[in-house]
Ligand binder design. Structure first.
Ligand code: ADP
Ligand code: ADP
Ligand code: MG
Length: 496
């Protein structure tokens, strides 16, 4: 069935990203917004916008009925959930379908199984996809945790079956710490994910995170779009991603691609998905989980394979065949993404709130920005603090890195703390340049977190020139405060 109007049940950069593809496809768009987002960029970009409630997500972006009603009232025939929020909620998915609407994503049962790390591990073991050694079920009994940990050996990792966004994990290094870790993990999982199902697996030391983008349609056609390496992480959440990975041989790449397709075939999957793996020092790979939605870092795959993954997702939801053969998908060049969260790397990556006083985005060959912000926006406490993603493409890794370096230096965000100087330090680090990227990269290099302003004199000069420009525009600040204080994050961005 042809989709003519899509309601985007999301906000920020991903809502803006989805709207762009819909426009390109001639599909009308309906934005939804909370009271905090009345003037947000996604509201401006969409053809229509509907108020769905107060600022807290639990009273707006997460309210199933409000969103479904908005879709019905606006005459939308489909809902795109983006990532986060309701994107992996199989009950919402089912309600959308029961209301006679198309859900742009997999059918609810596949989403349910893959949403449980425990159930999906069992499915993968049955299908011959290698998983991290560990429990075969979720457990409440502490003796089972102790027994499994003794069998597989310490360190072990306790994880929430329903976990996501890097939340709810506990590394346990010795038997005396296990009981306390199990109890606190259970409590945390209950409050974060509404389920106290936890399990234990081997903690793989210093692996890489390598994932495979796949797509499968209702007709049983399945392809993969190669890998993304997402090893640069803080708090188990990715901050820089790249493709191709420096760690894969063509043979390994093919093997992982085939394993990823096997993983989605195991649940009769019918949309785009990402199959995540850990990759150890001996080039063994282990299944982690499947993300049943569009992923934050999908643009790097788009730049290297020249496919629009949101368009593909919509086309599959309409019932079409993928229409691309595996052998037609090639990796051309290299792409890199930096996630720009409103957060402070110098202070344990604490989220930062405030008004964006000034914004200047870089342009140039091979530069893509997926942004959800504009000047004057308020970054609030209510939502995930991602502001935008800076993505660069180059004919090879050196070129995408040097384009990223240039683009980061010309990206100015004043008013909230941001990781631009930190990102520059990472991509200039010799181990990063050499491709020695492991998931503990940031943890092992505390000096990356100390921003010395002398290292960034050129960048400061650039920002100062932009700020002069800002003054000429006579953008007014609160009379009682000093302009330099209002844009005080100019100082914070570049260190003290
Ligand atoms: P990706 O898996 O796409 O690389 P993340 O792990 O950063 O990205 O998660 C994507 C987004 O979804 C983030 O905004 C994160 O906060 C949010 N998120 C992921 N899983 C959950 C979850 N289970 N509950 C709530 N938010 C989640
Ligand atoms: P989430 O649902 O939060 O994305 P994942 O299982 O995908 O959780 O893991 C997120 C990150 O946590 C991985 O990329 C990796 O850095 C770390 N991690 C997860 N499981 C393990 C493990 N068994 N050993 C080592 N690191 C792990
Ligand atoms: Mg994950």
């Amino acid at each position: 069935m042809k989709i003519n109007k899509v309601l985007i049940a999301n906000r920020g950069e991903i809502a803006c990203r989805i709207i762009k593809t819909c426009r390109e496809m001639g599909i009308n768009t309906v934005a939804v917004y909370s009271e905090a987002d009345e003037y947000a960029l996604h509201v401006h970009l969409a053809d229509e916008a509907i108020d769905i409630g107060p600022a807290p997500a639990s009273e707006s972006y997460l309210v199933h009925d409000n969103i479904i009603r908005a879709a019905q009232e606006s005459g939308a025939d489909a809902i795109h959930p983006g990532y986060g929020f309701l994107s992996e909620n199989h009950e919402f998915n089912k309600k959308v379908r029961d209301a006679g609407l198309i859900f742009i994503g997999p059918e609810p049962e596949a989403m349910r199984v893959l949403g449980s790390k425990v159930e999906s591990r069992i499915k993968m073991m049955e299908s011959g996809v290698p998983v991290v050694p560990g429990m075969k079920s979720s457990e409440k009994n502490i003796d089972e945790f102790i027994k499994t940990a003794n069998e597989i050996g310490y360190p072990v990792l306790i994880k929430a079956s329903a976990g996501g966004g890097g939340k709810g994990m506990r590394i346990v290094k010795s038997p005396e710490d296990i009981e306390e870790a199990v109890n606190s993990a259970m409590r945390e999982s209950q409050s974060a994910f509404g389920s106290d199902e936890i399990f234990l697996e081997k903690y793989i030391e210093s692996p890489r995170h390598i994932e495979i983008q796949v797509a499968r349609d209702h007709h049983g056609n399945a392809v993969h779009f190669f890998e993304r390496e997402c090893s640069i992480q803080r708090r188990h959440q990715k901050v820089i991603e790249e493709t191709p990975s420096t760690a894969l041989t063509d043979e390994k790449r093919k093997e992982m691609g085939e394993a990823a397709i096997k993983a989605v075939e195991a649940v009769n999957y019918d949309s785009v998905a990402t199959v995540e793996f850990l990759f150890d020092k001996d080039s063994n790979f282990y299944f982690l989980e499947v993300n049943t939605r569009i992923q934050v870092e999908h643009p790097i795959t788009e730049l290297v394979t020249n496919v629009d993954l949101v368009k593909l997702q919509i086309r599959i939801a309409e019932g079409n065949e993928i229409g691309i053969k595996q052998e037609e998908i090639i990796q051309n060049g290299h792409a890199l993404e930096c996630r720009l969260y409103a957060e402070d790397p110098e202070n344990n990556f604490m989220p930062s709130t405030g008004k964006i006083h000034f914004l200047s985005e870089p342009i140039g060959n091979g530069v893509r920005i997926d942004s959800g912000i504009k000047e004057g926006d308020e970054i609030s406490v209510y939502y995930d603090p991602i502001m935008s993603k800076l993505i660069t493409w180059g004919r090879n890794r050196e070129e995408s890195i040097s384009r990223m370096d240039n683009a980061l230096r010309n990206y100015v965000i004043l008013g909230v703390k941001n990781p631009i100087p930190f990102m520059l330090k990472v991509i200039r680090d010799q181990d990063f340049i050499d491709g020695n990227t492991l998931t503990d990269f940031i943890d092992k290099k505390p000096s990356l977190l100390e921003i010395d302003r002398n290292e960034f004199l050129n960048e400061i000069a650039y920002i100062a020139s932009q700020v002069n420009n800002l003054k000429e525009q006579k953008i007014s600040f609160n009379k009682n405060s000093d302009v330099w204080q209002e844009i005080g994050n100019w100082e914070i961005c570049t260190g003290k």
